[in-house]
Ligand binder design. Structure first.
Ligand code: BG6
Length: 480
């Protein structure tokens, strides 16, 4: 069969340890920043408040990540279901705190390493290629509280030790890696990826840009280690990409769009892919009050970034964003860590994220034309409330429509000439939402019987989209 997608196209699904594993304190695991994030729609307001200092307060809040969907105990059953759908790959992350519970230890926790070994082996038994995110929104809590998060340069060494440990252990079994999930998310909300909240410096862009620099260096170190271990290994960066439109043809809005693209969509990839800070850096620093003199950056850092750029670009795409600089009265829109204004041409999800499949074709072209490196869509999907019918079926046609239109757009981009490695829709099995800690914001092909308060059997069942996606994979994306 000839299809638009390459014969070894990596169809699969994506998850993150802190959002599904549970077992947050078992077998030597330490606490992560994710373990300190309360569940509920107010999650980001609480974490973003002046008072928030990473204290776990079980008297007032619930912490759904602690239990997740108990994937830690049920991963074999879950991976068997992925295999039944025909997954070619599975993107998951390694909980840093299972390997280094506090983050600053010298020796790793063998129980954690053994867990991921078994998970990887289970994937391989099903001929599923593991795709690993080394750090996905779950740095050790100790590093956030005692070291002040990623603005502290010591974190480079801690991360290097962590990355070296997992790369040395699994490199012969795992070819595809990513260093940091959605590294650019820090621009709007640095708590998740940098461990920065207001009480330890999140309001000061000096800290955010310092933290980024430290992460860029750490990422290059991981690339170096990986390449020394295995010549064909592929290490990617990972960003949120939100295709950004000017609301109209007014040049003022066009310029604002250009700037938003530079600051949010491209800054991190410009460094991580091209290996050097982009030309607009000085102006961006100035705008955000970042003093170059006070930034800790060495000659060796700059050399390392140059020598060890990433091999491919992983990105999440859920929605697009629109910019309106000229009308302050205009309605705003919710979004994946960034807002923007309402685009009159688009519908939004129940959580207000604007659905835009054509924006994915644009994203793929913008990224590919800028860098000419392989791309990997490692997250995409629709967070929605699912209803279980009396007969147990879940007819998630809205999800199928969303995914179908995005895969169509992906096919168009491939025809445009984009080199696309694969597609792993987010939350292939229902899991805890990152932005709200809710279970009811579901993305999966597989339903998990668990509600926002933690009630339910945790039984897994197939949604209508399960069989649909199975056929998509079986026909290599031709039957949508
Ligand atoms: C991405 C994150 O931003 O979006 C995931 O990498 C997250 O961790 C996903 O779960 C969907 O966002 P949410 O807030 O709906 O879970």
């Amino acid at each position: 069969m000839t299809t638009r997608f390459s014969k070894d196209f990596l169809w699969g699904g994506a998850t993150a340890a802190n959002q599904l594993e549970g077992a947050y304190d078992r077998d030597g695991k330490g606490l992560s920043v994710a373990d300190a994030m309360p569940g509920g729609k107010q999650r980001f307001d609480i974490i973003g408040s002046e008072e928030f200092d990473w204290t776990i307060d079980e008297e007032h809040y619930i912490y759904p990540n602690h239990r997740g969907i108990e994937h830690y105990d049920r991963f074999k059953e879950d991976i068997a279901l992925f295999a039944e759908m025909g997954f070619k790959c599975y993107r998951f992350s390694i909980a840093w705190t299972r390997i280094f519970p506090k983050g600053d230890e010298q020796t790793p926790n063998e129980a954690g390493l053994a867990f991921y070994e078994e998970l990887i082996d289970t994937c391989l038994q099903h001929e599923i290629e593991p795709v690993i995110t080394i750090s996905h929104y779950e740095m050790p809590l100790h590093l956030a509280k005692e070291y002040g998060g990623w603005k502290n340069r010591q974190l480079i060494d801690f991360y290097e030790r962590f990355a070296r440990t997992v790369l040395e252990r699994y490199n012969q079994k795992v070819k595809y890696w990513m260093t940091f999930n959605e590294i650019n998310s820090a621009f709007h909300f640095p708590a998740l990826s940098q461990g920065l909240v207001k009480s330890n410096g999140a309001s000061d862009y000096q800290n955010i840009f310092q933290a980024w620099h430290n992460q860029f260096v750490a990422s290059s170190k991981a690339v170096k280690i990986a390449h020394e271990l295995r010549s064909d290994i592929q290490v990617g960066c990972m960003i949120i990409y939100a295709t950004t439109y000017s609301i109209d043809a007014n040049p003022v809005n066009q310029v604002a769009t250009l700037i938003q693209n530079q600051e949010f969509n491209f800054f991190c990839t410009d460094v991580q892919v091209r290996g050097e800070y982009p030309a607009y850096t000085a102006r961006t620093y100035k705008k955000y009050g970042v003093s170059v003199e006070e930034l800790e950056q060495t000659e060796e850092d700059i050399q390392l970034l140059k020598e060890y750029p990433v091999d491919y670009i992983g990105f999440s795409y859920y929605m697009s964003s629109a910019v309106n600089e000229t009308d302050s009265e205009v309605a705003t829109s919710a979004g994946n860590l960034l807002g923007g204004v309402k685009n009159p041409f688009l519908e939004a999800s129940e959580w207000g994220w604007q659905i835009d499949p054509q924006g994915l074709r644009i994203a793929l072209n913008e990224l590919y034309n800028r860098y000419e490196k392989p791309l990997f869509i490692v997250e995409n999907g629709l967070g929605a409330i699912d209803e279980v019918e009396n007969d147990g079926s879940i007819n998630d046609d809205y999800r199928i429509d969303y995914l179908r239109s995005h895969i169509e757009a992906m096919g168009e981009a491939v025809e445009d000439g984009v080199d696309l490695l694969g597609y792993t829709p987010w939350g292939c099995i229902d899991l805890v939402s990152a932005s709200t800690g809710e279970m009811s914001k579901r993305y999966g092909f597989i339903y998990v019987d668990l509600d926002d308060e933690g009630h339910g059997t945790l039984n897994r069942s197939k949604k209508k989209s399960f069989d649909w996606y199975k056929e998509v994979i079986a026909t290599n994306g031709e039957k949508l």
